[in-house]
Design a binder for this molecule. Sequence first.
Ligand SMILES: Nc1ncnc2c1ncn2[C@@H]1O[C@H](COP(=O)(O)OP(=O)(O)OP(=O)(O)O)[C@@H](O)[C@H]1O
Ligand SMILES: [Mg+2]
Length: 622
Amino acid sequence: MNIRQKVVAIVAALFVVLIALEIFVQERVLMPSFAELERSDAQTSMTRVQLALNRTLDGLESIANDWSDWGELYQFMQDRNSAFITTYTSVSAMAPLKVNMLMLLDINGNVVFSSARDLESGNPIDIDFAGQKVLAHDFPWRTNLSAGQPAQGLVRTNLGVMMLVAVPILDGTGAGRPRGMALMGRLFSSKQLDTIGVQAQVPLFMSDVGNTPSHEEISETDTATTVYRPYDDIYGRPLMYLHIEVPRNITARGHIAVNYSLWYLVGAAITVLILLLVTLNRLILSPIARVTRHAVAVGERGDLTARLNFRGTDEISRLAGEFDRMVESVAQSRRQLVDQSYQAGFAELAKGVMHNLGNAMTPLGVRLSVLSGRVANAPLADIEWAAAEFESGAADEVERRADLVNFIRLGCRELAATLLGAKGDIAAMERQTSIIAATLADQLVNTRNEAVLESVRLPDVVSQALDIVPDTCRQTIVIDADESLRAVGSITVERTVLRLILQNLIINAADAVRATGRDKGALHIAAEIFREDDSEQLHLECRDNGIGIEAQNLQRVFEKGFSTKSRETNHGIGLHWCANAIHSMGGRIWAVSEGAGRGASMHLVLPIGKRQIPAERLEMET
Ligand SMILES: Nc1ncnc2c1ncn2[C@@H]1O[C@H](COP(=O)(O)OP(=O)(O)OP(=O)(O)O)[C@@H](O)[C@H]1O
Ligand SMILES: [Mg+2]
């Protein structure tokens, strides 16, 4: 599992736990508290129903009070005049009272007058309660009758539940001894039920006593909370139930709010995850992945030229910077190592060459000393002396002159013999020198049997080559490195050999510039990669603005010993060595020039990336 997957897993797990916690809190704390709130709201509504019912009964009682505290009625209860009945209990007289039943009782409970009517039509109706002639002896309000106390309550009739109030009949001033009791009843019709429901602001229903419990009870469905309240009649017997159904709006709203918060949490989780991933990716994971890829590539391919080049000041950028610095110092050490091993190789080679040269030089030295002895012993002085005496005419005698001629003849013969010997010596010395030259050439070709391939960038190799040319060349030649050198990137070549080839080309270019009489010139170096025979090739062009090469010499410049420079300083070996070195690497070299005075270009083609340098070989070579 990589870091990205781990972080995502941890954060996702965290959010899953949070969401589970939120669901738990919703189910166990929030929703139950909403339900509790709903129940208490339903109970409050039921209390409002109770208050509305009480108000209705109070209203009925106060109507009854107004009516019964009346002089005419007080008089009627004494003399029973029929005029009162006809005048004051007619339909029109009773209509404002909005009562279905009126009963007048004397102080003993005998029914003096009773009537029952329909409220709408005013027609008489048959209510069993109104049919009593005398109050039953167990009628609960008998004490109220004797004490002149009002009472209110509910009774069951043949036409349903009826609200009933009883008030004392007084003389119209609210005083005097009660002369009985007026009972007024209003049927608990569905209209009445609706009116109370409207007052309590809740849908109200009435049901008969059945199996429902004897005390207030609450039941809940998914959509509504129902509160049942039982009512007894004035005898204390179960009479009816009023119940209300309160829609569970609070729970529904609660559900919506809770769902919103859940989705908010899920949304926040997804957003945080995405943000975290993007931020992690940008700031940490991508850079780390880059550093890791880079480190693996350096480890696997041994390419020490690539750099991370992170900008920024955060920890990863600093780590990358340190890594680059480390790779640079490893690259530098490796370069030094290879250079040293190359130099060591050179030293070893030089030892061999010296040995061979020494072997070849010994006979050369012997020949030289023989030649020198021969020349030293040649009778040149004697011949010159004899010749001078002969020419001066000092020797007059014929005999003396003949001796001189003979002496000169013998001297010349000896001189001829010396010359002949010297000729033989010179021929032998020529043979020796050609053996030395052949030894040297052999060494040059055989030197490069151990190739060390390195991953390099061309601008670096050019600057390394510039480091090892003589100061005078550096002062003469300005290197104009083309952008293509950088664009080619990192390539695998024999760096030390390429560096030496470039060194030769830079020195030649400096010589060519000086040959024009100028002391400043430029060497433009450009590169390109192309494919040939299914392998990648590097094409390097080094163009100077020096003296140029004549057309007939374009091939010859690569010949061993071909040089147009002073024999004392140059031996015509540089380009020959370059050509040999390039051929042994599987490449080629050629010269292009538009003629004398028009500059020259050296073209090199080298196969690249043929193989990687194994680390253990480097170690062996050191
Ligand atoms: N850039 C150049 N411009 C003009 N002529 C060149 C250039 N490079 C080489 N030549 C010619 O090619 C000849 C051979 O070059 P080469 O490097 O092999 O030998 P050299 O420079 O003369 O001597 P050495 O390199 O052995 O010191 C040079 O003498 C010169 O005439
Ligand atoms: Mg040269």
